[in-house]
Design a protein. Sequence first.
Length: 83
Amino acid sequence: MWADAIKGGTFSFGSAEISYVEQGPGSWKMLALGADPDDEQGVDFVFSADFLTSDWKRFHDAVQYQRLFILHELLPRYGLSAS
């Protein structure tokens, strides 16, 4: 697991103690949205400016950027195409 590799000092920045909450309270998604969107009772979400700088939003922005870069810039340089 990547968290174990970081703790063990596998990467060039050395070892570090980290924690990761996959879902529920403390997860990036719940911190960004302020509530659990999977709660069956329904939740009314209110926009907060903090959402724009949340780890959850920034991660998803980065994933979208990487996908677009690979599909529209990198692959075409080598005559490749994917969708």
